[in-house]
Design a protein around this ligand. Sequence first.
Ligand code: NI
Length: 171
Amino acid sequence: MIRPILTYPNPELKKKSAPVTIITEATRDIVRDMTETMYEAPGVGLAAPQIGIHQRIIVIDVSARDEQPDLIIAINPVIVHAEGDAYEEEGCLSVPNYAANVHRHAQVVVKALDPVGNEQTWRAEGLLAIAFQHEIDHLDGILFVDHLSPLKRDLFQRKQRRLAATPPEAP
Ligand code: NI
């Protein structure tokens, strides 16, 4: 089922998500909904709190449009190693109409459980490394705009207020 994606400044996006203690059919239902919602959007990643579920679950697929889908499902993901620097443009399904460069690690090693409870390890670089860091941030109530410099964040907030105050344009 495709779920509505919460958008900034919804306070639900600022809450910390709890670890999944037991993986059940209900967990797999959430994963299925998240996956459908991500592909429908379309987006390269989605974290459970973005659909209002405060559990530590993320889905990612950074494959290109003309490639086979390459879905990653990570439950209770933890970055166990990070190195190097990246500074790439990011966007977020919860922050529509905005993109900005963010400082991240260039490579990460992530451990997580898969939907049947097996531990998985990913050694990621490039877009996948950034996606892991971006989605895991969501589980801690952090949006990519929280990483911006005070000046850039101020510009972002002004733009959001202006958008919020503008009535929708007639088609
Ligand atoms: Ni996001």
